[in-house]
Write a protein that binds this ligand. Sequence first.
Ligand code: B12
Ligand code: SF4
Length: 469
Amino acid sequence: MKIAFVTANRETLPDPVVPLGLLYVMANTPPGHELVLWDLCFEAEPYAHLQQRISAFGPDLIAVGMRNIQCNDYSGHGTTLAHYERVFEVIRATTSVPVVLGGGGFSVMPEELMRRFSPDYGICGEGERAFSELVNVLAGNQGSLDQIANLHYFRRSEQPDSGPVASSARAPAQLTVVPARGVFQNLDALRPPSRAALDARYYLDVGIDAVQTKRGCSLRCDYCTYPTIEGRISRQRRPEQVVDELLAAREERAATHFFIVDSVFNLPAAHAKAVCREMIRRGFDTPWTCYVNPMSYDAELAQLMVEAGCAGMEVGSDSGVDEVLARLQKGFTTEHIRALHQRASAAGIPDCHSFILGTPGETLDDVRRTLEFCADLDPFAAIMMPWTDDREALDPELAKEHRAFRRRIEESLREMQRDLPHWIVPALALNFDPALFRMLRRGGYTGPLWQHIRRARGRTRRRRRVPSL
Ligand code: B12
Ligand code: SF4
């Protein structure tokens, strides 16, 4: 079959991100098919481009990667759904071949998005195995749809359980969801993704590549969707294999920085340390950034990360109020956040803490206490995000209700923005706007831009008083 992989993500803030998940799915598609990658990220006319590509290539199957539901301004005022709707309209108007939807955005609410976009198939969570099995069924080789764990599809009376089905055969249909069972992959058995087909602009304009050292997080933070995508059991890649991929990626493309996209790099800490040791042993010297959790962050790990070239870490601190952290089931307290900040500062690793303001049950007073906590902590960088629930994307009433509270939080942030020049508040475009980012890139700044804002704005380390809300 001729299979077209479409990465439809057009979010470019804070940066365009390489479609690592789709590359994994591509790399692990059974042999014997002709594969192409189409990237809509940098196209000025994405829909015309897509239409033209479909007409010229004539695919038998189209696989669409949907990374985000939310827009990158974190304000909850917009979503990416209208864009994906348009992508589906263009595909349906140009061809009648089956379409498969998958990716992190899709996996957050698969049933709702199946109904909204009506793809022929949807794959929730990790895509490699399910997509391979689907390709085998559609090519008429083996298997049946109801054996493909996590597959979502519309069962129609005329739809057999195997063999290609033109979507023109569509009729009112019932959504079928094949239950998940033992779906998660042994990561060392996967073929690593190839960057060969990636648009050069990821490297020329930004320079950040992505790599994954494991999948899954066993914690149970109240709001978190990550385990839906990756599972709750941590599955780790062999450190040698991770560094093989880093070196190959650096060889293949001119990345100046890597983002380790694990949900949390330092859980379990033993694996993070093993990866760092392997980087050091192999002399890997390209800077990298990762997510860390305030638990399991000891001085030994901080030191190993420095020696392995860590240029910064993003910390999901979420709140500066212990009762809120407990309600969110974070498993750590503000003391853990302080300890992490001290260790990171002692080791010389810039730390960027993200705080989610206004989670369910939180009051404006809690928000104010979080802002005071952050001002007192004085981390290298902080990102303030008013809480947005993914379900708002499909529920205007819920969105309206939450937006009113967000507005009040934003007003408070606006009042104090002049006092906190290095905090990042995407909803207010504060230290988060394309013009600033372009200026920093032109100035030769590499890696995630929060690592440069403080320096660029001059290091203001004065303690700030937070105005009352
Ligand atoms: C690392 C990360 C970032 C980093 C990326 C760094 C980099 N250079 O790559 C940074 C910090 C920049 C970032 C930014 C944003 N992110 Co982010 N990010 C992640 C994270 C933790 C990992 C993504 C990743 O690369 N995973 C590794 C790859 C291998 O996995 P994957 O993409 O999920 O792909 C697998 C499956 O989804 C599936 N699959 C993928 N594509 C396809 C296609 C088909 C056809 C099929 C069948 C299957 C399939 O198979 C793949 C392999 O198993 C996820 C959460 C998570 N744990 O997944 C959030 C996540 C993807 N981000 C999210 C969001 C919203 C954003 C932002 C919009 C900011 C924001 N408001 O939170 C921006 C957008 C940036 C952009 N330009 O698009 C959401 C998206 C869903 C949603 N709720 O909208 C997620 C899921 C987190 C969440 N809040 O729920 N992010
Ligand atoms: S530690 Fe991070 S990835 Fe794990 S459940 Fe909590 S928020 Fe989600």
